[in-house]
Design a protein. Sequence first.
Length: 131
Amino acid sequence: MGNWKTPDDLKYTKNDEWLRIEGSVGTIGLTDYAQDQLNDIVYVDLPDEGDTLKKGATFCSIESVKAASDVYAPASGKITEVNQALEDEPELINSDPYGKGWIVKFEIGNTADANDLMDAAAYAEYCNSRE
């Protein structure tokens, strides 16, 4: 059983992204489990503000000392803000995956996109099943 954080106010994907929904704005990041599996993150290939997210499609990639990993959009929409701090400090994903380590904010095209995502309890169980 892992000891990863899975905040209750987020939704989770099977690809280890998290989604925070605040009104019509979504924030996407990589989960604590994912950053732990990747180990030390050294580079984030960020998308551009204004890019369109398509649910299930890759929108950025993350490189660690261990592996490279694609990041998939948990919902569709248009990127309104990119976390530029990750260009100089990609390790923020390791140290604060649910806070300063967020990747993008976007205008959610359809909030129903989040209906098939996991809640915190289901995601924690999913992570433990992979150990």
